[in-house]
Ligand binder design. Structure first.
Ligand SMILES: *Cc1c(COP(=O)(O)O)cnc(C)c1O
Length: 228
């Protein structure tokens, strides 16, 4: 199957998930997770109607994004962002979804004020103990959100998470629900609007949509299997 058919299938599955949850499908955007994909493959997905793309590594983004500057793509950083790469990231990305520490917020603020740009950010929350995963703990989220809101060049818009992989999709549901609860609590505690929940990948996006995702990050279900 081609990417156009893949995108169409995903849209239909999102629509059905929205129906089950009583949501408006217009609230959910597909972000194409384009790590390891070539600029040509990305172009094809853009032509199939996708406007949000996510990259995981700054170096790869530095190689690819300039080759696609003729397309009106909204670029999201969805991988762990090292502080020494922030100076490049501020020029490449429209949204950083993986903000997970005050130190990273400080570095972003410093570099953004230098270039005179404001950046949309999501806080990444880690809901499972795996060492390989990044993100702040649920307990740290309130303090970090408060801190980010105090910084002039960061615009906090929501939360992101990468839950563990489960064969049985009902086992992942509590993770998505938990992220939404954390978001609702932050909104109440801080009196702000945090519209975005970035959650759900190729194998579990329908559950994420049922639980309130506004952005689903899809790689293999659009592009096919990854060759590393
Ligand atoms: C690769 C990746 C995705 C997409 O994963 P698929 O299983 O290929 O859909 C989503 N989010 C993050 C952070 C990723 O690194």
């Amino acid at each position: 199957m081609g990417v156009r058919e893949n995108v169409q299938k995903i849209k239909e599955r999102i629509e059905r998930a929205c129906e089950r949850a009583g949501r408006d499908p217009g609230e959910v955007s597909i972000l194409a997770a384009s790590k390891t994909r070539t600029p040509e493959e990305i172009r094809e997905v853009f032509e199939a109607g996708i406007r949000l793309f996510g990259e995981n590594r700054v170096q790869e983004a530095r190689d690819k994004i300039p080759l696609l500057s003729d397309l009106s793509i909204e670029w999201h950083m969805i991988g762990h962002l090292q502080r020494n790469k922030v100076k490049y990231a501020v020029n490449l990305f429209d949204v950083v979804e993986s903000l997970d520490s005050k130190e990273l917020a400080d570095e972003l603020e410093k570099r953004l004020s230098k270039v005179g740009k404001r950046m949309r950010v999501f806080i990444e929350v880690k809901l499972s103990p795996e060492e390989t995963k990044h993100g702040c703990s649920p307990e740290e989220a309130l303090e970090l959100a408060k801190y980010v809101l105090s910084l002039e060049h960061l615009k906090l818009e929501g939360l992101m998470t990468v839950p563990p992989y489960f064969e049985d999709l009902e086992l992942v549901r509590p993770y998505f629900r938990k992220l939404r609860e954390i978001r609702d609590n932050l909104e109440d505690a801080l009196g702000v609007n945090l519209p975005h929940l970035s959650m759900g990948m190729s194998h579990d996006f329908e559950v994420a949509v049922e639980e309130g995702a506004t952005i689903v990050r899809i790689g293999t279900a659009i592009f096919g299997l990854r060759n590393y």
